[in-house]
Design a protein around this ligand. Structure first.
Ligand code: HEM
Ligand SMILES: *[C@@H]1O[C@H](CO)[C@@H](O)[C@H](O)[C@H]1NC(C)=O
Ligand SMILES: *[C@@H]1O[C@H](CO)[C@@H](O)[C@H](O)[C@H]1NC(C)=O
Ligand SMILES: *[C@@H]1O[C@H](CO)[C@@H](O)[C@H](O)[C@H]1NC(C)=O
Length: 418
């Protein structure tokens, strides 16, 4: 049986936030269901920097076309080129001004913003996300759209303005009507896209809500475990260690269906970050993206500069939903763990459903089935920004169907979108 606490977190993670009445049901600890960033904590609107001079992403030009991905439509899907292109000063690295610019839990997006492929202030649009992933990392169009949809919907970005903060709560700048939408926590929002057992970010509840800053101790642990080769086997082992750590240290540890995405994020270290022609996920490459640097004593520290490495050549073939599904499948199989959560009294309760999870076990039979589960996750979450507006589901399902339906069909997943 669930205790109160786990039930509430589980419900939140499964989209119950879309149904505010759940919070007032007896037996549900509604404080956990509410947004976890209001107030003055880390990631809250009160601590969120504001750059009054918002400028969109630097445009992709004919002179420096990259994958020619613009306006949220498919680009060339052919990588193997230098990023940034030699001579393209618009996309050179500029360190963020942390007093004004927002950065968050995703090193891939932080680096893209530091190079102007996303708005440098960290307030980004759906189209910028879809374009940047293709132009910089050669993420396949299907996966680029899915991740952007998940970013926007799960973390309560705004599906009217299609704007999202890549870090803290910037509702005043993302929402079409803050009084109607309530707070939009951005990618820092916990148990949405961001979750426990991250590679280099703390768990939310053990570190006073700081679940988004690069923690150099964790980077060091990751580098020790992997011995500086951040490949599938080594990262799967390190994730397993992080899971054990959360199990012991975090009374509110929760590992739900969305935690499957964490295995996807791990694969980005060895599938999206390595540089051609050798494509080795080594320390020099990975530390550059994570802004990790050794100090005089040889200890890792965060230098605030998440940067595309010099002379960096992106991957040749697009990284698709199918490919990431296969990586999630294989990483999980190397060190299977239970889905569920700590209940605060030394007990771990397993969960069942959705997305092929039964009695805490992830029951996927093939990479294809994982890919289809990702779609399920993408389509089941209704953004809470619409709660108070109209019957939420109609508009949100329109949004999801419009963005995801074309790829969904191609993948041949069973079931329907509506
Ligand atoms: C719209 C697209 C994307 C969104 C919305 C997004 C969002 C996120 C979020 C919320 C996390 C935190 C997960 C956690 O709790 O650990 C994360 C982690 C991560 N992301 Fe992204 N991401 C996107 C694309 C990318 C791309 C293109 C890369 C390419 C390198 C990337 C690399 C990573 C890595 C390596 C992590 C793990 C960081 C860690 O665990 O320390 N992401 N992303
Ligand atoms: C960084 O991570 C370590 C290991 O989990 C933890 O003990 C430490 O408190 C974290 N440091 C900060 C500044 O969050
Ligand atoms: C840059 O990378 C290319 C391969 O993509 C290599 O041929 C060249 O020598 C590298 N240049 C420098 C300065 O490292
Ligand atoms: C896994 O899923 C299959 C088909 O969906 C089902 O027949 C089987 O009973 C499930 N296995 C477990 C251990 O739940």
């Amino acid at each position: 049986m669930y205790t109160k606490t786990l039930a509430a977190v589980a419900l939140a993670a499964q989209g119950a936030l879309a149904y505010p009445w759940v919070a007032s049901q007896g037996g549900v600890d509604s404080s956990l269901l509410r947004r976890q960033t209001p107030g003055t904590g880390a990631g809250s609107a009160a601590q969120c920097p504001n750059n009054p001079n918002h400028k969109g992403a630097e445009p992709i030009t004919a002179k420096y076309p990259y994958n020619n991905a613009k306006n949220g439509v498919p680009g060339n899907g052919k990588g193997g080129f230098l990023v940034p292109a030699p001579g393209d000063t618009a996309h050179q690295f500029v360190a963020p001004d942390y007093s004004k610019d927002i950065r968050g839990p995703c090193p891939g997006l932080n680096a893209a913003a530091n190079h102007g492929f996303l708005s440098r202030d960290g307030i980004v649009t759906f189209n910028e996300l879809v374009d940047a992933q293709q132009n910089v990392y050669n993420v396949g169009y299907d996966l680029a759209v899915l991740l952007a949809v998940l970013g926007l919907t799960t973390t309560d970005g705004d599906i009217v303005t299609e704007k999202l903060s890549i870090g803290c709560d910037a509702t005043t700048r993302t929402s079409f009507a803050p009084l109607l939408t309530g707070s939009e926590p951005g990618l820092d929002g916990h148990n949405k896209f961001e979750a426990d057992t991250s590679l280099t970010r703390n768990d939310f509840f053990t570190h006073n809500q700081d679940n988004f800053k690069m923690n150099a101790t964790l980077f060091s642990m990751m580098t020790d475990t992997t011995k500086g080769l951040y490949n599938r086997e080594n990262l799967a082992l390190y994730r397993y260690q992080r899971y054990q750590q959360s199990l012991v240290e975090n009374p509110n540890f929760y590992f739900g269906p969305f935690s499957l995405l964490l295995f996807g994020a791990s694969s980005f270290l060895y599938e999206l970050m390595p540089s051609g022609p050798n494509y080795t996920p080594d320390v020099a490459t990975i530390s550059s993206f994570f802004g990790a640097e050794k100090d005089a004593s040889g200890a890792w520290k965060f230098n605030g500069k998440e940067k595309i490495p010099d002379n960096w050549t992106n991957r040749v073939e697009p990284y698709s939903i199918f490919l990431v599904g296969a990586e999630i499948f294989q990483q999980y199989a190397l060190h299977p763990v239970l889905f569920g959560g700590n209940t605060g009294n030394g007990q771990f309760d397993v969960i069942s459903g959705p997305a092929g999870i039964q009695n805490g076990k992830f029951n996927a039979t093939s990479p294809e089935s994982v890919a289809c589960l990702l779609f399920q996750l993408g389509t089941e979450r209704i953004p809470s920004s619409l709660n108070s507006v109209v019957t939420p589901t109609v508009k949100a399902l329109d949004f999801l169907a419009g963005k995801l339906a074309p790829t969904f069909k191609n993948l041949g997943c069973p079931g329907s979108l509506t």
